[in-house]
Write a protein that binds this ligand. Sequence first.
Ligand code: DC
Length: 230
Amino acid sequence: MIIAIDGPSGAGKSTLGKMLAKKLDLLYLDTGAMYRAVGLAVINAGAELENETEVGKIASQASIELIGEPDALFVKLNGEDVSQKIRTNEIGQAASIVSTISEVRKILVEKQRILGNLSKKGAILDGRDIGTVVFPKADVKFFLTAKPEARARRRFEEDSEKGRAVSYETTFEEIRKRDERDVSREDSPLHIAEDAIVIDTSELDLGEVFEKMMSAVAKFEREKTSAGFR
Ligand code: DC
């Protein structure tokens, strides 16, 4: 089974993706972490984030690994554990910039398809183009969204808890900039797949969103079973 979770940043995709993966015993793939790793690789190399040729070359040569369980995921870039380093706002913006480059998307989408198909039981992938491009035939597609203020508030609280001191205003501005770039890029912009289940998480708590997602998965499994008996 392949479950796609798409949506803008701060809508709760990764938290819910991990919860679902644990409950359903599926592989969890954070595809944003891959774009973040490329962003970091470009900064490490001292290259320009907008330089398509250089960035494409760096992405094709980088070794990016996602290892571990949903609760303890490690991201390795060329053998180095960069799990913490990639979580800054700076790297988030860098990821958003390099993700507009088609060569980067081609390389990462291919990796994501291979990884997603590796697990026999299936996988949950979270990102921006999972249900539209990476796995257009995913069994269940979710599009999680929330008002920008709610997403900025959550991101700000998360950053504060982790000791990453930024102001709410800065976080809001970062989210706004990233949204704008992610929806307006030419290659695979963020949009809702026709058959996606849209959940606005602005007024819902985590448990409520989780229940909605679990019932959608249960419905899919019931329908699959009854189709098998026909
Ligand atoms: O989900 P995230 O915040 O870690 O993603 C960082 C950036 O990577 C995001 O702003 C856009 C890009 N991205 C993408 O273009 N496609 C994906 N499937 C995942 C992330």
